[in-house]
Design a protein around this ligand. Structure first.
Ligand SMILES: [Zn+2]
Length: 285
């Protein structure tokens, strides 16, 4: 995988690796999915790296972790034939937990990493892991990532070291980029483009950033109608496509979505709703 992480956040993980002993259970929360996943992989590399200053990210062990074929590092995925995004208890038991007491092949420890653990592992699966987390063998590291550690079971959370990544400049840039894509979708004559952009967003913070940037463009578009000139091509394109009423309606829906995002909403349901609202407003005669 491509590691994408800001230096500040990478340093948080490196500090953890350089401490005497990496905690046996770590939850990585905050920032966006890309950074959380990268942080988890860097931490896993830190646990198995062959160099003294760990993780070097260039030795054979580190490479194997990054390419996800290290024999002692596991990042379980839901079954490929299931689109639910959930690792079933049976899958977890049969393919991972059953092997947990087997000694590592080549590294000093074994690592189990769970991306989006709050969604990947339902309560029954988290409970199944709990027994091992409560009395962890010396040579085992669990890494969970989640938007917020609070979405994990309290019993798991209370036994984990929680690492909070910082939001950084680049997440805003990412929001701007997605907002531009949304504007492409709005001005396009194919409704499907907008749906694709929205459904590709897999992270609440990212969607919040994108919607905030999009709402700002709409605000500038309303200013443009009132005679405030601008060189911003996105604003000019929106103004050409939309009348004032539609721009206001799009802005209202976007702000409403940002408000809903602060609640415990299902991201997929929200983007589906948002997409249908945008389409209704933009294309309805
Ligand atoms: Zn290394």
């Amino acid at each position: 995988m491509d590691l994408k992480i800001q230096p500040d956040n990478e340093n948080i993980i490196r500090e953890l690796c350089s401490s005497d002993r990496i905690p046996h259970t770590v939850i990585i929360e905050g920032s966006n999915k890309e950074e959380r996943d990268s942080a988890a992989v860097i931490l896993a590399a830190g646990a198995v790296c062959e160099e003294r200053k760990r993780p070097c990210l260039c030795c054979t062990a580190c490479h194997k972790v990054i390419e996800n074929h290290h024999p002692d590092v596991f990042f379980p995925e839901p079954s490929k034939n299931l689109k639910s995004g959930i690792l079933s208890l049976k899958d977890l038991r049969d393919n991972y937990l059953s092997q947990i007491s087997v000694k590592p092949n080549e590294a000093p420890c074994k690592v189990y990493g769970f991306f989006d653990a709050d969604k990947l592992l339902r309560e029954d699966a988290q409970n199944a892991l709990l027994k091992t987390i409560e009395e962890p063998p010396q040579d085992l590291l669990f890494i969970f990532t989640a938007e917020s550690a609070k979405s994990m079971l309290l019993t798991v959370r209370s036994r984990a070291r929680i690492i909070t990544l910082r939001h950084t400049e680049s997440t805003n840039d990412e929001g701007e980029r997605i907002a531009e894509e949304m504007i492409d979708g709005i001005v396009s004559s194919y409704e499907y483009d907008l749906l694709c952009t929205l459904s590709s967003i897999n992270d609440k913070e990212k969607l919040t950033d994108a919607l905030t940037a999009f709402a700002e463009k709409l605000r500038q578009t309303l200013g443009f109608y009132s005679g405030v000139n601008t060189d911003d091509t996105a604003v000019r394109r929106l103004a050409r496509k939309l009348d004032r009423g539609r721009a206001i309606a799009l802005s209202d829906v976007s702000n409403e979505a940002v408000r809903i995002l602060k609640t415990n909403v299902n991201l997929q349901l929200l983007t589906t709703w948002l997409s249908s609202q945008y389409r209704r407003i933009t294309w309805q005669k």
